[in-house]
Design a binder for this molecule. Structure first.
Ligand SMILES: [Fe+2]
Length: 198
């Protein structure tokens, strides 16, 4: 794909549905790895949902300490390994996970930020941080996929930090995720308008 095409998908104004542009550093990275159009569109959709999620979590639970920029970077790059494993853009597979982490490291991204490419599918592993959980959650709810175990872990972190009962946090989060999920069809249609092969 041409440089202009990658940057255009990553950064141009999009109103149908409205999607934030990707961070400029990520757009440049996607251009360097020659990311396919559909991958760039997917990352833009998930990044947009992640931004809504971190805004919501930050407002709802200021006591929860997390690295907001790391979540946004992670959401914007989590599937970058699919630039190397293109079949996994339209079919199942996990080769893109380790490959994505290596690709980011090879392009000078810190280990702390490159990790999301490897952790976004393993939210149920031990030692996963709140940032990883939020990236995983954005990568589910962008298409209105609801995963109880993952949401439970986020609810537990919110309840612990904010000192409110888990059921109350659950109701709040559920209402928010339902609202975000309502626009899943538009996001999916946007992604599918972009071809797998550039
Ligand atoms: Fe994804």
């Amino acid at each position: 794909m041409t440089t202009a095409a990658v940057l255009s998908i990553a950064l141009d104004d999009v109103q149908d549905p409205p999607l934030l542009p990707l961070p400029a550093e990520v757009a440049a990275l996607l251009q360097r790895v020659d990311a396919p159009p559909r991958l760039v569109a997917h990352l833009r959709a998930v990044h947009d949902v992640a931004r809504q999620l971190v805004d919501r979590v930050g407002r709802r639970c200021p006591a929860l300490s997390f690295d907001r920029e790391a979540v946004l970077f992670g959401a914007a790059t989590h599937d970058i390994g699919k630039a190397l494993h293109i079949a996994e853009l339209s079919g199942p597979g996990s080769l893109h996970e380790a490959a994505g982490q290596e690709l980011l490291l090879a392009h000078g991204v810190s280990a702390e930020r490159a990790r999301f490419a490897a952790t976004h599918a393993s939210w149920d592993s031990a030692g996963i941080g709140i940032e990883d959980l939020l990236v995983s959650l954005a990568d589910k709810v962008w298409t209105n996929k609801r995963v109880t175990g993952l949401e439970d872990r986020v609810v537990a972190a919110l309840a612990r930090a904010g000192g409110r009962p888990g059921w109350e946090e659950f109701l709040e989060l559920d209402e928010f995720l339902t609202r975000v999920g309502d626009r899943a069809d538009e996001r999916l249609a946007y992604q599918m308008r972009h071809p797998v092969h550039g």
